[in-house]
Design a protein around this ligand. Structure first.
Ligand code: NAP
Ligand code: ZN
Ligand code: ZN
Length: 347
């Protein structure tokens, strides 16, 4: 066992605190990763605060992990000491169900093993990336290509794959009009990826405060959803709307922006149920769908795509002591555009 420094939530209401946790011994198929950077995803906050149901504490969040391999088990073939690697939202799955065999481990019939807060196959509880080291089975470790710095790559392990996968699945590309709702951690990466895929990209944000940034990141258009004329002006115009908002929104208003056969895909995961009027779909043969991260193979494909397009996250690197402040800023939509923890400050 390896005792490592970490930052943990101890309840749904108290600030996260410095602590130590145990990492398992490196097994034959395991990789020990010296974590360099860990992104702060809004899902970390939802989980730590019990938004999606009770969490078990102490909880070390973090599923946007970038680091260097420092030890490999005897049977490891995919990674070597010194490799630049990443770990996203999953660290294991059953590997034999129909979805695992299709490379969609996120939909494992037996439930994927999340990077933190769940019991892994060996009976230990997983703990995430707000720590200095992690031991992960080699199949759930991906390669960070040359040309992508580890700090800007870290957020791609969740924000990147969560936007790349639906954009890919629903065919974002040349000739397609894509709207991204919410310019936060997921949204800003979604804008970059959709632009790189060749789509015509529109940002739908609460205000025009971040308009200049949105256009610089690759959006062609930018509208404020607080302005009712936005909904009149854009009615029936999008092929795909990707909703990254962490709170409840008026789905019917957004569905009215879809063209015939358009799809609105929710990746935002608010605590409250969302409701819609079915006529918002019937009226234009529209779809409303959801999407969960992406499989390991597609995560590697996404990283290679981002490296090819020289595309990383826009980040603010923080020391561990600022994690609680960063949480409050994310909750206030005051993130430009992902906080990333420098894990060398976990002392
Ligand atoms: P984030 O950085 O906080 O971004 C969310 C953005 O939504 C904000 O920046 C804000 O953008 C907008 N927003 C926030 N509150 C709003 C409100 N009340 N009304 C309208 N817009 C609002 O969060 P994130 O890390 O990108 O995560 C976004 C959501 O996706 C979270 O719920 C997270 O749990 C979920 N998620 C899902 C998956 C998945 O696999 N499906 C994976 C990762 C995360 P503007 O200021 O531009 O309006
Ligand atoms: Zn996430
Ligand atoms: Zn499975």
């Amino acid at each position: 066992m390896l005792t490592v420094n970490a930052y943990a939530a101890t309840s749904a209401t108290e600030p996260l605190i410095p602590t130590t946790i145990e990492r398992r011994d490196v097994g034959a198929h395991d990789v020990l990763i010296d974590i360099k950077f860990a992104g702060i995803c809004h899902s970390d906050i939802h989980t730590a605060r019990g938004d999606w149901g009770p969490a078990s504490y102490p909880l070390v969040p973090g599923h946007e992990i970038a680091g260097i391999v420092s030890e490999v088990g005897s049977a490891v073939t995919k990674h070597a000491v010194g490799d630049r690697v990443g770990v996203g939202c999953m660290v294991n799955s059953c590997r034999e169900c129909v979805n695992c065999l299709a490379g969609e481990e996120q939909f494992c019939v037996k439930g994927n093993i999340g990077t933190y807060g769940v019991v892994d196959h060996d009976g230990t509880r997983t703990q995430g990336g707000y720590s200095t080291h992690v031991v992960v089975t080699e199949d759930f470790v991906v390669r960070i290509p040359e040309g992508l710095e580890l700090d800007v790559a870290a957020p791609l392990l969740c924000a990147g794959i969560t936007t790349y996968s639906p954009l890919n699945h629903w065919g974002a590309g040349p000739g397609k009009k894509v709207a991204i709702v919410g310019l936060g951690g997921l949204g800003h990466v979604g804008v970059k990826i959709a632009h790189a895929m060749g789509a015509e990209v529109t940002v739908l944000s609460q205000s025009l405060k971040k308009q200049e940034d949105g256009l610089r990141l690759g959006a062609d258009h930018y509208f404020a959803t607080s302005d009712p004329s936005t909904f009149e002006q854009l009615a029936g115009s999008f092929d795909l709307i990707l909703n990254t908002v962490s709170a409840k929104i008026d789905l019917d208003a957004y569905l009215s922006l879809l063209a015939v056969d358009g799809a609105m895909v929710n990746v935002g995961a608010p605590a409250e149920p969302l409701s819609l009027n079915v006529f918002s779909l019937i009226g234009g043969r529209r779809s409303f769908a959801g999407s969960l991260i992406g499989g390991i193979r597609e995560t590697q494909e996404m990283l290679d795509f981002c490296a090819e397009h020289k595309l990383g996250a826009e980040i603010e690197v923080i020391p561990a002591g600022k994690i609680n402040e960063a949480y409050e800023r994310v909750l206030a939509s005051d993130v430009r555009y992902r906080f990333v923890i420098d894990t060398s400050t976990l002392v």
